[in-house]
Design a protein. Structure first.
Length: 187
């Protein structure tokens, strides 16, 4: 598989994941938030245990051992908190999702800039969508404690929006990759 096919496949799979999470948040915000707390908590518990045990197996010196042990115990504690008290922990979900949306906005800005660099005439439209994604992430971070159901549903909608724009951008990049490959073969 060519390297750009892996990039496109990763982008499309990631967008499909955001569609699933977005639909869950739109239709069942409280259940989805609770489920995310359990999944996030379980993952952090596993990570914390592995990292804490691994801290004692490293020969990198005391500093690295203590940093790994501290981060492992912190992950374990946050994971246990998320599983034991999901109703409290779910207040962090909009903040975490806002960070993910911001990261996608930055990725989309980079993709738009690449499209500009290869001469795609409507690169500015990709940039506009990317900037709207960034604005959405900032708005969620600005008022994360707003009404939970509404914010979770808005976050779900924004994840769907992000997924749709990611599909579009990856399809454009895929077309561009094919055009470049065809041009190289024709030479």
């Amino acid at each position: 598989m060519k390297w750009w096919n892996r990039i496109l496949a990763r982008g499309i799979l990631q967008a499909l994941l955001w569609v699933a999470v977005g639909v869950l948040l739109l239709c069942w915000p409280q259940s989805a938030a609770r489920l995310l707390c359990y999944v996030m908590g379980s993952t952090l518990i596993a990570l914390g245990v592995v990292q804490s045990i691994g801290a004692f197996r490293k020969e990198n010196g005391r500093f690295y051992m203590s940093v790994d042990l501290l981060s492992g115990v912190a992950a374990l504690a946050v994971g246990l908190w998320s599983v034991i008290s999901p109703d409290t922990a779910k207040g962090l979900i909009p903040v975490l999702l806002a960070v993910v949306i911001l990261m996608h906005g930055v990725e989309d800005c980079v993709a738009a800039w690449r499209l500009r660099g290869v001469g795609y005439r409507k690169w500015w439209l990709c940039l506009l969508f990317a900037l709207l994604t960034l604005l959405a992430g900032v708005l969620i971070l600005w008022k994360p404690g707003a009404v939970a159901d509404v914010l979770l549903r808005v976050t779900g909608f924004l994840l769907l929006y992000d997924a749709v724009t990611d599909f579009w951008i990856y399809l454009l990049l895929g077309k561009w990759f094919k055009d470049v490959e065809k041009a190289a073969e024709d030479k």
